[in-house]
Design a protein around this ligand. Structure first.
Ligand SMILES: Nc1nc2c(ncn2[C@@H]2O[C@H](COP(=O)(O)OP(=O)(O)OP(=O)(O)O)[C@@H](O)[C@H]2O)c(=O)[nH]1
Ligand SMILES: [Mg+2]
Ligand SMILES: [Zn+2]
Length: 328
C-alpha cells in the first residue's frame, strides 16, 4: 500500500470513527428524548440530514441524525418534525460506502423485490455487476429479478448469449423497452402488490421504466453521454412511489461500482448455498474450491449440483475480492 493510500485510508478511518461516535451520541440523546408519543410512518425520500416521511396521506419533512433509508419504518414526532426511532428492517439492500468501505450504505429497506436494471447497449452490459447483485440480493432477504431494458436497441431478437447463465441460475429475466412499451405490462404485473427497488448503472433507464409503468410520475430522465457511453447520474436521491397496479417502487440513483458489504474471499462461498453440501467432500476443511486437490465442488462443476455459470461467477468475484479486498 502506497503512502498516499495509507494517508487516505487513515483519513477515512478517522472520519468513520467520528461519524460513529456522533451517531451514538445522537441516538442516545434521541432515545432519551423519546416520549413514546411518536407516530409510525414510512420514509419516502432522503436528503442531507433530513428525510421525508409518509403517514397515511400526510407527508412531513423531518430532521434526523439516524441512519435511515427509503422504505424504512420509523416512529416520528410531527410536532418536532423529527425521527425518533427506526423500526427493525425486514429486508435490506446495502453496499459499502464507495469512499469508505467500512461504512454500510443502505440502498433501500423492507423491499420484497430487487429489480436489477441493465441495458445491452448504451450503456453496455457489465455481467460482473449482475454477479455482485446476486450476492447482495442473497444477503438482502428479498427476491431478485433482472430487467433488460432498451430492447429496441438490440440488433437481434432473442436472449443474448451473455445473459443465458443468469436464466440458467433461475433468476427471472424480463425484456423491456421504456420507449416502445414492450414488456412493460408483464413487468408491472409481476411487481403488483409488492415493494420493489429499481437499481443498476446510471443511464440504463430505471426512471424511464417507472415513468412507462406510470406516466403520471414524470421522474427526471437524462440522456447517455455519447463520448463515455455512460449515464449522467440524473436521479440523485432515492424516492418511493406507488404505481397504478399497486406496486410500491423505489427509484434509486445509478451506481458507478457495486461493492459487496462485509464479504471477504473466505466468506464469499457462504453465499453460494449449493457449495455447502459439496464442500463436505473437499479434502481440506477451508477449501476455497480453486487450486486445492480433492475438491468436491470442482468435481461437481458442470453438473446440476454445481452449474458451470455459477462456478464461473464465484471465481470472478473471488479474484476481484482477492485483488482488492476492501475497495471495489
Ligand atoms: N432507446 C431507448 N432508450 C431508453 C430506454 N429507456 C430509457 N432510455 C433512455 O436512456 C436514457 C437514460 O434513462 P434514465 O431513465 O434517465 O436512466 P436511469 O437509469 O434512471 O439513470 P440515472 O438516474 O442516471 O441512474 C434517457 O435518455 C432515456 O430516454 C429504452 O427502452 N430504449
Ligand atoms: Mg434515474
Ligand atoms: Zn473445495
Amino acid at each position: 500500500m502506497g503512502r498516499e493510500e495509507r494517508k487516505l485510508r487513515k483519513h477515512h478511518d478517522e472520519r468513520a470513527k467520528r461519524e460513529r461516535k456522533l451517531a451514538r451520541k445522537h441516538s442516545q440523546t434521541e432515545q432519551a428524548e423519546e416520549t413514546g408519543s411518536g407516530i409510525d410512518a414510512t420514509v419516502v425520500g432522503i436528503g442531507p440530514g433530513c428525510c421525508e416521511v409518509l403517514e397515511n396521506d400526510r407527508r412531513c419533512l423531518c430532521r434526523t441524525t439516524l441512519d435511515v433509508a427509503v422504505g424504512d419504518g420509523v416512529v416520528y414526532s410531527p410536532e418536532r418534525q423529527k425521527i425518533l426511532r427506526v423500526l427493525p428492517r425486514r429486508t435490506v439492500l446495502s453496499r459499502p460506502d464507495p469512499h469508505n468501505p467500512r461504512i454500510e450504505r443502505v440502498i433501500a429497506a423492507n423491499i420484497d423485490v430487487v429489480v436489477v436494471v441493465v441495458s445491452l447497449k448504451s450503456p453496455p452490459l457489465r455481467p460482473g455487476l449482475i454477479d455482485r447483485y446476486f450476492i447482495a440480493i442473497e444477503r438482502s432477504g428479498a427476491e431478485g429479478i433482472l430487467c433488460v431494458n432498451k430492447t429496441d436497441l438490440m440488433d437481434e431478437p432473442g436472449i443474448p448469449a451473455e445473459l443465458e447463465p443468469y436464466r440458467e441460475l433461475g433468476m427471472q429475466v424480463f425484456f423491456c423497452s421504456a420507449v416502445t412499451g414492450a414488456g412493460i405490462e408483464q413487468l408491472a404485473a409481476e411487481l403488483a402488490g409488492k415493494t420493489c427497488v429499481f437499481t443498476g448503472h446510471s443511464g440504463v433507464g430505471k426512471s424511464s421504466l417507472l415513468n412507462a409503468m406510470s406516466p403520471g410520475l414524470q421522474l427526471d430522465t437524462g440522456d447517455v453521454s455519447e463520448i463515455h457511453n455512460k449515464g449522467r447520474h440524473t436521479t440523485t436521491t432515492a424516492t418511493r412511489h406507488v404505481l397504478p397496479g399497486g406496486a410500491i417502487v423505489i427509484d434509486t440513483p445509478g451506481i458507478r461500482e457495486f461493492g459487496l458489504w462485509q464479504i471477504t474471499p473466505a466468506t464469499l462461498r457462504d453465499y453460494f448455498p449449493e457449495m455447502r453440501d459439496l464442500a463436505q467432500l473437499c479434502k481440506y476443511r477451508d477449501c476455497s474450491h480453486t487450486e486445492e486437490p480433492g475438491c468436491g465442488v470442482k468435481e461437481a462443476v458442470g453438473s446440476d449440483r454445481m452449474r458451470a455459470a455459477r462456478y464461473s461467477a464465484y471465481l470472478r468475484l473471488l479474484n476481484a475480492l482477492r485483488a482488492n479486498p476492501t475497495i471495489y
